[in-house]
Design a protein around this ligand. Sequence first.
Ligand SMILES: [Zn+2]
Length: 271
Amino acid sequence: MQWIDIGANLTHDAFDLDREAVIAQAHEAGVMQIVVTGADVAGSAMAAELARGHPGRLFATAGVHPHHAQQFEPTQLPALRALLGCAQVVAVGECGLDYFRNFSPRAAQLRAFEWQLQLAADSGKPLFLHQRDAHEDFIAALRAWGARLPRAVAHCFTGGERELDAYLALGLSIGITGWFCDERRGAHLRSLVGRIPVGRLMLETDAPYLLPRDLSPRPASRRNEPRYLPHIGEAVAHARGETVEYCAAHTSAHAQEFFSLSKPGAPKAAI
Ligand SMILES: [Zn+2]
């Protein structure tokens, strides 16, 4: 079976001592391709550099997470634009709105989000979206841009039925993480996940965050890794009433199509 992790923060310093081993172990576990999340401009450049060293296996996003929106200056836009011109950079993000923590003021978040929606419209690269406790503003921004935006995925979906239906109606794809495996916080997701059509569902670890709570044995470090993606996939398959093989196949096929992932050993020509 082959899986694709569409969101792993592999440039995080939690991986500084053994990053290459983590990538190799993911591969051994059947996680054939990984999209490395960029959360600010410097981190996006690091993600692109890491992906460059693993053609066809690792890819990157380039963007600014809402937590970092306040530090995001217009002078940084050309650097993001340049990264989005790299073949291994396959999406704009992660970007969006997070009113749960409000690490950046809402006005700064909205401004940074708008800039990145513009980058997506200009580059044609898909959006890797983050939203927490900001549903109304988030939906309003996406609606305002409408058909000018390329395709988009709501990463780490943890919302309820109303949010899911609104996302699906807007044409978004949905990313499911190990949050799903949390017996308390993820319970509602297990009854909702069957509403996501084949061809709109992708899987992600969000490593090193969100270690699946029901993983056994649990690593003492509590660090999540892309090699645990099949564990999430099994839980999702079970809740959807699908075989694990079918779930791996359709989520991987959608990820490859969504991010236009090149095959290992056949990196796309630079744009
Ligand atoms: Zn996120």
